[in-house]
Design a protein around this ligand. Structure first.
Ligand SMILES: Cc1ncc(C[n+]2csc(CCOP(=O)(O)OP(=O)(O)O)c2C)c(N)n1
Ligand SMILES: [Mg+2]
Length: 343
């Protein structure tokens, strides 16, 4: 039983509810993928819930968020309607990207959620550029940039981290890098892929302050994020946190046999399931009983069932939408290319 006191009742209880919703959402998404309702790729967040939940609870609504392709939770936690997230996975017109982004490319600009990227590390330069723009435009908004352990081995990471460190000297790069170290990049463990597996320390090369936290513990993540976000907002300088976590799910829905890890390893991490930890702590503090836990589970199941029904009954995008929302129309520039059918 965890000995720590509950540091923030509202955050822990609200975060617990949200983590249960994310877990149920992902479980349903996997079933739908197996039944052929979701095409393409599907990467689940199961096991990592405390990271995005804790960090985003510490952010302001107008702070901007970037992540990779394991992005369903980030969209849900940002407040995107679960119906629209599910419909996007189903490739339907009612999806948050009108059915043309899919699981890996969720974007909800109205909630300052800028995606959702399938190219590993591809979002890092964008996030750093966005952070610079936020400061250059005189705002005090910060950019929250989630990335995987694998993304740290891409060239884009080093370019982005270098510019963040450089611009940060002038207080012009308010970005928080949140490394979700879930121990694997596809089937390759961190020690097999990284010359220096101490991921947090790799930010030293770019003069970016860094730390590591327990990514399975919602309160620990929240407390770290609250302090870091406040500091980054104040100083306009980047900061990195490596959240040590684990994905219980396969890499993607096509990763069936997982020969790269043992059942024992998964079971060991499951003892620190972030939802279990939060639940134990809430119960120990007298903040949750069986009836409330059942009510939360039922609410999550209902929300997910409604989202699935909405997605199921929604139409796919019509063929004439093929090229809409693909290219922008630059101010004063040429219009977007027309669809072939338009001649
Ligand atoms: C540039 C690029 N290289 C390779 C891939 C193939 N790929 C997809 S996921 C992945 C692993 C990424 O691992 P990590 O960043 O740790 O994220 P996680 O899947 O653990 O969330 C790779 C190599 C890709 N999508 N993009
Ligand atoms: Mg990883």
């Amino acid at each position: 039983m965890p000995e720590r006191l509950v540091v923030n009742t509202a955050v822990l209880l609200d975060g617990y509810r949200k983590m249960v919703l994310v877990r149920r959402f992902e479980e349903h998404a996997e079933r739908s993928f197996r039944r052929g309702k979701i095409g393409g790729y599907l990467h689940l967040y199961t096991g990592q819930e405390a990271v995005a939940t804790g960090v985003l609870a510490a952010a302001r609504e107008d702070d901007v968020v970037f992540t990779g392709y394991r992005d369903h939770a980030h969209a849900l936690l940002r407040g995107t309607d679960p119906n629209k997230v599910m419909a996007e996975l189903y490739g339907k017109r009612t999806g948050v990207c009108r059915g043309k982004g899919g699981s890996m490319h969720l974007i909800d600009v109205a909630r300052a959620f800028y995606g959702g990227y399938g190219i590993v590390g591809g979002h890092l330069p964008l996030a750093v550029g966005a952070a610079y723009a936020l400061r250059a435009h005189g705002t005090d908004r910060v950019c929250l940039c989630f990335l995987g352990d694998g993304a740290m081995n891409t060239g884009a990471f080093h370019e982005a981290a270098n510019l963040a460190g450089l611009w940060g000297r002038e207080g012009l790069c308010p970005v928080v890098f949140i490394v979700e170290n879930n121990q694997y990049g596809m089937g390759t463990s961190v020690p097999r892929a990284s010359a220096n597996p101490d991921l947090a320390s790799r930010f030293d090369a770019y003069a970016i302050p860094r730390e590591r936290c327990d990514g399975m513990d919602l309160e620990v993540v929240y407390e770290a994020a609250r302090r870091i976000v406040a500091e980054v907002r104040r100083g306009g300088r980047p900061h990195a946190v490596e959240a040590v976590t684990y994905r219980f799910a396969a890499h993607g829905a096509a990763d069936l046999f997982q020969p790269y890890r043992t059942k024992d390893e998964i079971e060991t991490w499951r003892k620190r399931d972030p939802i279990l930890l939060a639940e134990q702590r809430l119960r120990a503090a007298g903040l949750l009983d069986d009836a409330q836990a059942a009510e939360i589970a039922a609410w999550a199941d209902r929300t997910v069932a409604d989202a699935a029904a909405f997605a199921d009954s929604s139409p796919p995008p019509p063929p004439e939408d093929l090229l809409t929302d693909v290219y922008g129309t630059p101010a004063g520039g040429e219009a977007a290319p027309r669809a072939p059918s338009e001649g």
